[in-house]
Ligand binder design. Sequence first.
Ligand code: ATP
Length: 413
Amino acid sequence: MLIGIDDTDSPQGMCTTYLGAVLAKRLAGEGMPVCEARLVRLNPNVTFKTRGNAAIGLVAEGDRDSAFEIACAMVEELAEFSCENTNPGVVVVDAPLDGAFYRKAVTDFCTVEEAVSLLETAGGLYRGFRNRRGLIGATAAVACELPDLTFEILTYRRKERFGTPREVDRESLFDAQRRTFPHTWDTVDEENDVVVCVPHTPDPVLFGIRGESPLWVTAARRMIRSEHPALEQVWITNQGTDAHILPGRIGGLREGLSYRVHGTVEDAPKTGPGGHVSFTLRDGGFVIRCMAYEPTKDFRQVVRMLVPGDAITAVGSCKKGSVNLEKMEIVALAPGKTVRPPLCPACSKRMTSAGSGKGYKCKKCGARAKMPDVQEIPRTLKTGWYEVPPSARRHLARPLCRGIPDDRDQTVS
Ligand code: ATP
């Protein structure tokens, strides 16, 4: 059977994965061994998410009525009902549900009614608390297909430590990443000297290590010195797989969905207030703004080096009419050039503009010229893929250390 749970936490505490790990332990204690624990991230643009839009699914053996009862009791015991935005959902089904529902939940928006209709057809057991929104994530978790998958070991704190500063040895985190990368990733952000895997929120998570296999994540986990955790769980996840990305065309993008689009840079990137960098991308008669926000740090330097005419593939979510870049491929570079007023042939001084569309004029001798001085300059930017740093990466975004985002033979810069 598969057990799905979602929406049990609030910004003040709890975490659905913690509840899932406690449930897995309790089920095993009741003679219902859990053979697979799934942590699925759903559409990152869902506005009512608490943090990372996670839902959990457990694959277990045993009696489904008992499992359902235990799961509901655990939600009643542990969910953050003090927060009005906590709307838990619990589902138990005999076999995985239609994967189309999961794919919609990770790339698009679903309704509670769609989830309930699927559960009814499958004869599943389900309970939605309050407005029942958690049924969406819980149903997606038992419908998930993972054609590409990664792993995360999450360690959870002892109850008496919840809300207190976490004790995790910083150096051991950097060391663990150096010794296990690229088999594990996003434990730390070396370039920006930031720890990524330890949350700052008051939830039960101590730290999490992401990687390509249970062996690698546990190997890295053993290298980390920290306060003693109460519980650990290795999760199978869709994190780091780009499961949220759809192929798209500029002109046909929907708000709140995430895409890979091709286009040509239309104007020179500009740095706006707050250090956010933006430029326009064109495909035929359609344009869209691309954004690299301040937290993407040095990725913005790459974006700033784009010039009109560069051909790129942009990957990110469509929000407020812009594509918020998670990564991009520079497919072809336009020739670099500088355009300046020409030198006066008589006095070798640089001319000045004679006004819009009127060419150039020498201030000294009055000579005139029509054409500017255009010089080719070599581009330092290289074609290939570029990504935001680990500290700005979304859970679902596939890091380039896992290989290029599609099957074409391209270089990674
Ligand atoms: P955490 O990561 O700490 O578990 P969270 O960020 O997962 O928290 P939730 O509290 O679970 O946030 O809230 C997300 C809510 O959005 C859930 O009720 C879930 O069912 C719902 N939801 C998830 N994906 C979609 C979707 N694609 N369309 C509509 N609702 C969704």
